[in-house]
Structure formats: structure tokens, C-alpha cells
Design a protein. Sequence first.
Lengths: 549, 913
Amino acid sequence: MPAPIELSSSKKRKSSKNGAPSSKRRAVAEEDGFAETLSTIEKLENQIAESRKYYNNIATLISMLNVDKSAKKPELAVAVSLCRVFSRLIAAGNFVDSSRAAENEKIVVAWLKERALEYQRALMAIMREADTASQVTALTLAMRLVKERITHIPGAEHNIWATLFKDIFEAVVEAQDGQDLQTEFVTKFVKEYEDVRYHFYVQASEYADIRRSSDTLETLISLLSTCDDVPSEDHEFETFFVEPATTNKRMLSVNAHKKRAQEAWLAILRNNLSQAQRKSLLRIMVHTIEPWFSRPELLMDFLTDSYNVGGATSLLALSGLFYLIQHKNLDYPQFYTKLYSLLDADLLHSKHRSRFFRLLNTFLSSTHLPASLVASFIKRLSRLALNAPPSAIVVIVPFMYNLFKSHPTCTFMMHREIRDKELAADIEARGMDDPFDMTELDPLHTNAIESSLWEIETLQSHYHPNVAAIARIISEQFTKQAYNLEDFLDHTYQGMLQGELGTGEKPLRKPPVVEYQIPKRIFTDRMLEEDGGVDSGPGSFMRGLWDFS
Amino acid sequence: MPPSQLKQLKASLKDSGVIAPQQSKKQKRQNAKSGAAAQNRNQRNAALQAIRDRFNPFEIKAPSNRSKFEATTRDSGSKPAPRARPGVTKSLGEERRRATLLQEMNSRNKVGGLVDRRFGENDPTMTPEERAAERFARESQRKMRKESMFNLEDEEEDFQLTHLGQSLDLEGAKLDDFEAGDLGGEESDEESSRKRKRFIDDEEDMDMDMDMDMDFIDHGENENQPERKKSKAEVMKEVIAKSKFYKHERQQAKEDDEDLRDLLDQELPDLFEALRGMKVPGKQPEPVKQDLDAMNPDRAALLQEPEKKDTEREYDQRLKQLTFDKRSQPTDRTKTEEEKVEEEAARLKKLEEDRVRRMRGEQVSDDEEEESDKDSFMQDDEDEEIDDAEAFGLPTQSYQPRPEIAVEDEDDFVIDDDLVETRSNVSLDMGGSDMEEEDLSEEEESESDNEDELINGMTLPSTTASGAASTAVEVNQTAEGKLAFTYPCPSDHASFLETIKGVPTQDIPTVVQRIRALHHPRLQPGNKEKLGRFAEILVEHVSYMANTSELPSFAVIENILRHIHSLAKTHPVNVAMAFRARLREMSNDRPLNLLPGDLAILSGISTIFPTSDHFHSVTTPAYLCMARFLGQCSVNTLSDFVTGAFATSLCLQYQSVAKRYMPEFINYTLNALCNIAPTEPTSEVGFFPSRKSDESVRLAPSKKVTPRKLQFRDIVTSASDSSVQEDLKVSLITLFVSLLDSASDLWSEKSAFVEIFTPVRAVLQHIRQSFKGKAFAAARDPVQTTLDKIDSHLARARLVRRPLLLHNHKPLAIKSAIPKFEEDFNPDKHYDPDRERAESNRLKKEFKRERKGAMRELRKDASFVAREKLREKKERDAEYEKKYKRLVAEIQSEEGRAANDYEREKRGRQGKR
């Protein structure tokens, strides 16, 4: 086979010789070269089909794939034609080496297999490194090979899935700039064919067993999270990439599928996740991950670990944990203590605030909770409200209202008359401290029920009139049964501002009041000497602090 | 057993006095004379009718349902069932139909016809004599009342009653031949005709006396041709001629009398003189008067007219002036100084009270307000899902107009406007308002201050254009000569920029003044709108100025803001909308990094609008803007902190009166202090969310620094020199500390003061700790004083702290389920609380009743028509029958005769044979 090699090498030389020709000439040359290559490829392919003596052409074609040039610019036409060649050969049974065959036959088969392996390796390289279009094409070709081999080579099914498909999977996950490739893989194969999905999960769990870099994990998570259509119990498996052997019962059972997925997810959860990945996993936990689990208690470790991390991660773990508590009867010791500790300075400013309050509402909705515990939550929240944005205060107060309604014992926090004469006299004389202990971690021992909600009373003079109005509900009669918390949850500065300002020019309902005095000075010391040099007019505060010059 | 019908009849006749014992003849006569007889007759007729009705049971319809037992709820029990008399009503209806429907029926399919409208023609009750008399009376009446002297039409159409072709007019009778004594036969007319005749004779005698010859001709004619009848025209001519002659005669006589009287008048003084025996100095003769007197009075009047016209016109003018003149009113007494002061104080007090009311967000007893509130409530009820948050004015989805929680006082605005108007009699604004805020003791100073402002160009624009020009000239005396006198009022910011291109920055206020003076609303009707637009442009310009130039001139910005303020008094909506537009831009484009222009706008808002209001359409969004900025802005560079410091200072300035709590202020200040402090706090200091800056902005622990007053330009310019930066840092710390100091004063009354300021104290203590080094000696003192102050405040707050007593409400009454009782319940009345429904029910009922009535009438009409038709047909048939029978009889008789003849003939022939 010297001739074809020479051909390719001459072409190489040619291209290197024409280092920088004029663009037009190069285009023409490329055009010519392209047509020429196409015809060559066609000729070689036809020859292979004609007779076995041209099998050497396969090697020629493989070398034409340009893989040695770091697979950046593969010859797709060659790849496609090679795929055809191999498909034909596989279909013709040329890859089956029977023991009865002659020695030289065996040699041929072995040689062919070697070439096929070479071709596969080339395809993987393309998938890993080439540009998007080539990646996708290579993926399709590789999958075609998988199909051909499994259908036409008896008994090779397990082997092929374990080797060729594994390679494909790894190539897809590790591909450079592989977003399109991955979506293609997921939408065209994984989501489409159930057997592919099965093996995908098998490969994923195997793959994630080893510690991987966070980028690959990211890809893996995104791949896995896109397949969120969990088969129901009585699901009939019908769409297969390759008709499975009738003996393969596992492919047809829902549980087996789920088990694979569960293993895959567990492998990922066990891997070294970054904090962000942990959060994103927690975010999709209930809706995407959990349904795959036939034994959700396996998630317990991950969730409790996350819950113990603290901060936003804990908040996110809460819903998953709640699911386990609710459905799987998980007994979480010190749950409320932990929950109480989540109420920290950043909670009300976090973007998971509304999510947390929804859950908190669920957790505290039980009327069987001890009053002292509920009171601790109320008092701690009101402390935090002193430093909270208006959108958080707006949630807290109705939430408290609902708690007061369901735990009337706590209403002492709003209204406490001191009957004890001595104590009253003592307070009258010396004032009092807040009995509430903010540093106490156990909500049952904070003494909150002895305290009062001075914080909310202060917030009744909040700068925003609506917030002040909401804070005022605790000092009015509790005639309403309950406030619908959902209405208060998702307010933001932007939303409130928009509510005030509107989106366009809308006439005001009333002409606004204007300050009746025009101040003598705003920024400067204008006519200061008339006031005797003492600046006491409106705005003097700013002028005292700032120098406008 | 009741007596028989006959006996009953007799008894009732006797009772009603129809049958009375016979009266004597004398009595009868008496009765007849006094008219009692007629009265008796009437009474008797009525009584008889009543008796007839009573004794004819078929006349009265028995009530369809027997009356029920009395019950309290039955209203109808009290009054007797109405007596229905079907016979009477039926006959009445029949009568009416005959008069209307039958007429119509008869005249159907007929076109035209004569309608006899002569008086009483169809009245069978009148005798022909009565009719004639009445007609004559009407005719003469119409003659008597002449509607209009110049009505020509009437004259033509007037038709006269005639008798035998002669008019029946009395006037005519008077002058022409009444002597034809054909009426003499009647005795009753005899006397009157005789009288009339005598009257005519007298007149004729007089005529003869007065004017012999004319009369003579007349009479001659009369005598010559006694038998010839004069034609009407001749008679009329005669009459006219005569009347003219008489008139002339009378005038003549009157003139003669006048002359004579004048003569006598002239002689009267002589007579007096003669009587007194003295001589009067020679009197001036009045030749013109004489002349006039001698003249025909008409002509004299004509001659005199011009003068008279003048005087009349003058009089008219005077009269009109007087009527249109306002009645002069007593002027207000000039107020004394004390009174003025008192008034001013009262006004300010009222304004302040209004402000406090707004601050508390109290509802003004405004009907409209309540109504709208109610409306919103109703809407809430109607909604299927009531949004709880909505009730507090929080936007539900994206945007929805918030129900007003706060109230704005409109009255306040009116007063304010008023005030400006009166003030602007003297000067447009600035001087005036300056005077307001002037301390009362410094009244004189403020006067001079006024003058100053006045010269600066804000004079009263006079009503003419020249006035405006003179204003400009006046301005020119103080300002540089190169400024133009007149500027167009810009319609957008770009054109304003065009206008002030080339004008030095410090002259912009002058330009603004001139534009305002030139476009004063009194000068032209459209100017008010123009100035409103101009105010919006100025707002835009403020942020533009602060944004564009590196070192904005705050004197100019201040002046422009003051202009905006004074414009806001007359154009509050425009200015508010402009500020809101700025705020909207801020919140949409750059909520987390405010530009210097935005800060200028925010400080402008703090002076122009009352920041203490519970809700205000400008300040509330401004609060939100600042809070959002403080809560979420980046804290990475030093200039971020400077901007934040400015915003926090503004926050406190906004709250200086209302003293409302701002969590974002505390959060930001503490966080900033923790970030800038030389060392990081080791333990958790508070519950504010800590945000670390990316690059360290910590104060270098070694360098010596001196705090200074921060400058606005620090926001824009960032010093590269490290020592300057360190200075800036330490000044920032001092600023924040002093802000906390003021905040602790502001919020010392809050019940949660301890909770708010315990973290503050922790942070300050940490700062004091880290300021131990010698380098910070200058900055240590303020920290210490603030700490002391906060400590004392904390101690006091702890002392006054009491458990909350928020629910001292009156216990709520359980909802009553007792039915509502109605006094004087009437079952026939409908007590529908829904007025509309009640009304519609009433209308429905009425409609039903009317419909039934109309249907009944129509049915009756139809039966009447059918009956009439049947009657007509019967009549026709009967006539036909009659005619047929007659003809048959005729033929039969003829036949019979012919048969007889035949028989006779036959017999005769037989006889012959």
C-alpha cells in the first residue's frame, strides 16, 4: 500500500507548500482538491466492496482521516465512507471468526478487527477534539457502529456496550466545547432509546466512581439532570436502539432502570462536589433526582451532610430532607434546633428566602409544637427583621400572625400585663432587659415567650408606608383567620419600586404636596450671615457633614 | 224577616225626605223666592238616585271574594271593598267609544269633509237664539281686544258678522243710517234705541255748531239724496275727514289757550309788582324761548333735540356706569403689625399641623377618599382569590396601582397656591418665600433681602410686553451685558441645552429667571403649560449638570432647585412627574450604582417635597431607591463607600422629622465601618449581613491620618495618592460614626432601641479598640463621644422599656343574629333593601297592570266594533227586506189587478157569449 500513503503525503506536502497563496487561488485549489478527494474516496470504497484484495484501502482511508493531525480538521467524508465500509463488512459477517475457518481467514478477520478498532479510536478522537459539526457526525457514526455490531455479531452485546459505548460515553463527557455534542447525545440517543439510557446510567455510575475533576462532574450532572422522565411502575419498554435479546430481562424491568440511575446519581453524590454543585444538586433534588430512587433513604447521608454545612446549602437541603421525613419516615434528631440555627443574619437577604419560608411554614404549621419553641422562632425572626429588607419584613409579619393564630399562648409576646405587684414596681423603677437569649441554640430554652416583640413595634414606623401598615397588624385585633403567606413571599425592591412608580407616565391621582417653605440654602452657605452664622434650616444636617464646593 | 221591598222603598223615601208632608202655599212661595226650591229639587234628585242604586241589586257588583276575618296584618280589612258598578262603567265606556271609535269608524276610508266649527253648532242644549247671542258676543269681544296695532294680517282676514249683507258693527251703526227704525217693534229695545238716537242727535248738533259749512255739505247731501245708500268707502272717508277736522279744531283751541296762559304768565310779575307797589329791575327777555313758544311745538321739539340727545346720552352712560360699577365695599382694615405676625404664625401653624397629619398618615375626612376606599374593598370582595398582600398595597403581579394608604391634603395645596399668588404681587417667588422662613424678629432684614431678590430680576411682569422688556432691562443692570434679554421657553431638554449653549454656568440662573419672567402665566394664556414643561426640563437639567461636569457648581444647582421648588408650588404635578421619571430611570437602569446626578436629584427631593409624609408619590419611591441602593450596592472600592456615605446621610436627612426606622441604613453603616476599620472584627458583632469588599479598603494601621469634612467631589474623583486615600478612609469612618450618633438621637424613642443599637455599640467598641494606635489620635475622640452617647441612650431605653401592651382593644362583639324589626310594618309595602331591585319590581308591576288594562280596552273596542258592524248590517238587511217586501207587494198588487182585469175580461166575454 505505498501508493495511497504517498497520495496523502503528497497532498500534505502540497498543502504545506502552498503556505499562503492568494485567497482566490486557494479557494479554487481547495475546490479542486475537495472534488478530487471525494472521487478518490468513492473509488477506494467501491474497490473494497468489489473484492477482498482491496482491503488495504481501509488502511488508506483511515490514514486519510487526518487523525494524526490532532483531529482538529477531520475529513468527514472519509469517516462516513469508512463507516459504510465497516457496516457492510459487519453485515456480511466478515467480523465473525469461526473456529472452522481457515488460518488465513482468521488473519484477515483479526486484521479487520484491528482496523475497526483503529477507526473507532479515530472517531473518539474526533469527538473529543474536533469542531462541533464533526463531533456530532462522529457521534452518529459511532452509534451506528454500535448498532451494526450488536445486531450482526451474535453474543457481542454485553461486550460492545461495555467497550465501544463506554468509549463513546467518555468521549462525550470529556469532549472539548461539547455542549452541542452532549445535547445531541442526550436528545437523540439517551432520551430517545431506553436501552441507551440504561447503558448510559451504567456507564455514568462506573465513570463517577473515580474522583473526577469538577468540570467533568458538572457536565455529568447536567447530562443526568436532563433525563428527568422517570418511567412509571407499569411502563412498557418499547423504543430500543438495538432490539435486545429476549433473554435480557433486565432491560425490560423498571426497577433495573431505576437501579442503574440511582447508582449513577449516588456515584455522583459521593464524588468530590464543589459547593456550587452541591447547591445546584440540592436545588434539583426533589424534582429530578429523587424520583429515580427506589430507595430514597440512600440520599439521607448526602442530605444530612449538606444540612450540616450551614448557610444556603442547609436551606436547600431542607426540602430534600423534608421529603424524606415526610415520605420515608426519616427520624432526624434535633431537627428544630438545626432549623432554628438556620435563622441567621444572611437568611433574610438570601435569594432562597421565599423557599425557606414556604418550608418553615410547613414545619411550624403543626399545632402540637411546644409554645416556647414557636415563640423562639417568632422572636428570632423579629430580631432579624430589624436588619431585613422590606420584602422580608413583609413576609415575616403575616407569618407571625399565622403562628399567633395557631399558638395563642404566644400572644403574650404582644400583650403582657404584669400582675405581680413587686415585679411591676421593680420594672417601673429599674426598667427591664429583654429576657430573650439570642445566643441560646436550643429553641426550647431561649425564654422567648417571656419577651415582647418590641422589634415589630418599632417596624411600625418603617420608612415604607406599606411595610409599616403590615407591621401594624400585630397591634390590631386578630379578626382575620390567617394570611395567605404565598401572597407576601415574592416581593422585591424592584417590584415595590415598580408598584410605586409604574412603568409609564400615568397621571397622579392627586397633585402631590410640596414643601411649603423654600429653603434659603440647600448646598451652599448662601446668606448664612443673616441667620447669625448658625445654620439651622432644613438640610443643615447634610451641609454639616458634606462640603459642596 | 225583613220588610218587603215596597215597604223598604217607602221608608227610605221618607227618610231621605223625598216624600214630605204637603207644604202650605205660603211656604212654597217663600221657598221659590229664596231659591230653596231649586236646592230642594237638587237634593231630591240626588236622594232619588241613591235610592235607585240601592234598590237595584244588578247595578252593584258583589265583591268576588267574601271579606275575610280581620287580622292585624291585613290592611284591606280597615277600608271597605270598593263598590264596582259594572253597568255604569260599561255604559260610560260605551259612550266614550261612541264618541271616539264610532266616529273614526264612520270616517274611515273617507277623505276630506267639512268640519263645522261654528260655536255651539253641535250643542243640542242651546236654543238657536242663545247660539246667535253668544256668537255675536264673541265676535264683538274679538273686535275689542286688538292684539296688535300694526297687525295687518288680521285686518284682512277679519270676517264680519253681517245681517242682510250689512255689517253689524256698532261703530258703523253709530254714524250711518240708524234712523231706519226697523227695530222699533220690540219693546225691550225701544228705550235703548231711543237713547242712542238722542246721543247721535246731540253730536250732530255739536257738529253743526262747530263747523257750519262742512256739515252743511254733508247734510245737504243727506237731504239731497236721502234715498241713496252710501257706499262703505264713502262712509269711511267721511268719518276720517270728520275726525281730522275735529282734531285740528281741538289743537287750535288748545294753542289758543296756551297763548292766553303765556300771556297771563308774562303779566303776572307785573301784577305782583303792582300789588306790592314796587318795581323789579329790568328782566331779561328770552328771545329764543319766545320764538320757540311761538312756533309749532313739534318743530320746537325738533330744534331742541340735539341738546336733549346729548344730555340723554350722558344720562344713559352715567346710569350704565352706575349699574355696572361694583358697589363700593368697605375695605379691610389695615392690619397692625401684631395682627400680621399673628396671622403668619397661625398660617405656619396650620401648615405644620397639616404636615404632621400627613406624617401620621391620617385619613382626611374626604368623601371621595372614603368612597374610593370602599370601592377597592368592594372589588376585593368580588375577586375570587383575595390577595392578602394587596390589602397592604403591595403589588401583586407586576404592577398594579396601589390603593392609597396615605392621604395627601389637597387643602394644603390650595392654601399654598393662594399664598404664592398674593406674594407674587410683589415679587415672583424667591424673595417672598424667603420672607416666610425669615425669623419674625428679622423682619427688616428680610425686607432688604426682598429688594435684593427683586433686582435680581424677579419683578412683577406687567401686563404688556414692554413691561417684560423693562424687566429684562432691569436685569441687565446687574447682570453682564452679553446675556440676551429674551429667551424662548424650551420644550425639551435638548432645546434648553441649545439655549444655554455659550452661557457661562454661573449665569444659568439668570437665564432661568428671565425665561420665567418672560413666560409668566399672566402674560399669555399658554404660558402656564409652558412653564410646567420648563420645570420638568429644569429637573432633568439638575441631574444633567451634576452628571456631566466633574465639579458641578452647587451654587447653580441650588439656585435651579430653588427655582424648581417655586415652580412646584404652581405646577406640582409636572415637577412630581419629572422627579418620578428620574427615579424610574434610576431604578430601571442603575439601581445599584447611583450617579452624582441621581444623588443631586435625591437631595433635591428632600428639600422640595415633604419627606415626613406617611405616603408621598415622590418621596416614598425615593426612599425605596435609596434603601435598595444601600441594601444591595457593591462595596468594592472606596468611592463606592463615599457614594454610600452620601446616601446614608441623605437617609438621615429624609428622616430628620418623621424619625422612621430604616434597617438598610444601620446595615450599610455597620458593614461599611467593619470594612474600613483597620482590623477585622473577631467575633460576630451583629445581625446585619456582612458583605466583604473585593479589594481591601482597610485603613492602614501605621500611617498618621487626619479626618476632614467629606466633599461631594470625592464621589467622582478617586485620589491615587495613598495618604490622601487614607485620609479619606478615616474621614469616612468619622462620617459614619457621626451618622450613627445622629441616628441614635433620632431613634432614641423606638422601643427596640436596645436591639438596634447593641450591635452598633459593638462595632464602635471594635473601632475604638483598633484606634488605639497613635496614628488615629485625631479620629478617636468622636468615636468615644458617640459611644458615650449611645451608652446613655441605651441605659435610658432599658429604663423605660416595658412589656408590650398592644391589645388593649375592646373585646369584639359576637355577630348578632337577631332579625331586624321594622316599626309600622306594612305587608303591602315592599321592604327590599336593594333599591334598584325594588324600583325594577315596581316598574314591572306597573307594566303588567298597564298591559292588562290595554288588552282589556282593546278587547272591548273589538267587541264594540263588531257590535256596531252587526247593527249596521242588520239595518241594511232590514232596509233591504223592507224594500224587497215593498216591491213584492207592488208586483203582487199589480199582478192581482191584472188577474182581476183578466177575470173581469173573461167574465165579460163569457157574459157576451
